[in-house]
Design a protein around this ligand. Sequence first.
Ligand code: PLP
Length: 379
Amino acid sequence: MAEGGLRPETLAAHALGRVDEATGAIIPAIHPSTTYERDADLGYSRGRCYSRADNPTYDAAADTLTALEGGARTLLFASGMAAATAVFQALRPGDHVLVPKVMYWALRAWLLDSATRWGMVVEPVETTDLTAVRAALQPGRTRLVWVESPANPLWSVTDIAAVAELAHAAGARLVVDSTIATPVHTRPLALGADIVMHSATKYLNGHSDVVAGTLTAAREDEFWARIKAVQVQIGGVIGPFEAWLLQRGLRTLFARVRWQSASAQALAERLSGHAKVVHVLYPGLPGFPGHEVARRQMSGGFGGMLSVRVAGGEEAAIAVAARLGLWKRATSLGGVESLVEHRASIEGPTSPVPRDLLRLSVGLEATEDLYDDLAQALG
Ligand SMILES: *Cc1c(COP(=O)(O)O)cnc(C)c1O
């Protein structure tokens, strides 16, 4: 394996470049087997016993992501939610956790509903405000700080290095949902995070045809062993076919995400001047509140996601989405096709998202075509 000294673009393009010893194949095989042969003495000298715990098809995607994030080990899960909830399920009843006030809404709903029911003390805090994080941390009781940056769907940016320092000083771990930034733009472990999580359903796979999640650890400690135990016991594992598609998607990660970020930046700038747009939310805009932090912790772009607040309120926003032709009205993000969504109506009455907001996931189409469609829909 030629990992030494190679740049992330190269590592991703080759998915580490391992050639199959038995066949010479340069693309890894898919191993559908659920079970593995025992030795005569009942041991497993080849290292695997059952696919709820492990499967060789996982290796290419998991090890590539480990290299891209600069971590020690990656686990692949059945979804981003399976990955995220495994982290919280590795804690104990009574443990206090800090989570963002604005975050991926299904995880927020699970935390406030199920995790709380099992005795976890979940405290939403404005993680972009370091004073608020410092005040909310309870040394010895707070076990985990969860951060999402940029955070769905307002794209607020949290200073990962600063929160890591605060969390560690209080004896808590920091986990970062880096789904939007991807390892192309941000490496949370290098900034001090203990674990980085991705919904691999989004940019890592990138083609809207796999549901998957990942966790990458800075080090294989006791907490990581607990997370692995939760995964093996509960069974939120990825299938071999999905793992194979994920390694294929990862190979084009840099080309896709750089294009998407450049396109999103251009669209954000042009839409900022549009008469029917009240406000553009995008970390790459100099006037955006988190822009300075984003410049420090994101390199090579600010991601492919932006939101616009439409003049005329909720009805006008929904009407704009209805008039779009090229942008597909659909949930999810990070695929090659551009998507639009009115988040407030998806998230329901408890959503903190403004009613006039449309979330835009920028795909790989020509930026001009995407802008023209938005311009005709805005009128
Ligand atoms: C989609 C998403 C998730 C959840 O991932 P699934 O793969 O849908 O389970 C978590 N965090 C963010 C930021 C997401 O966009």
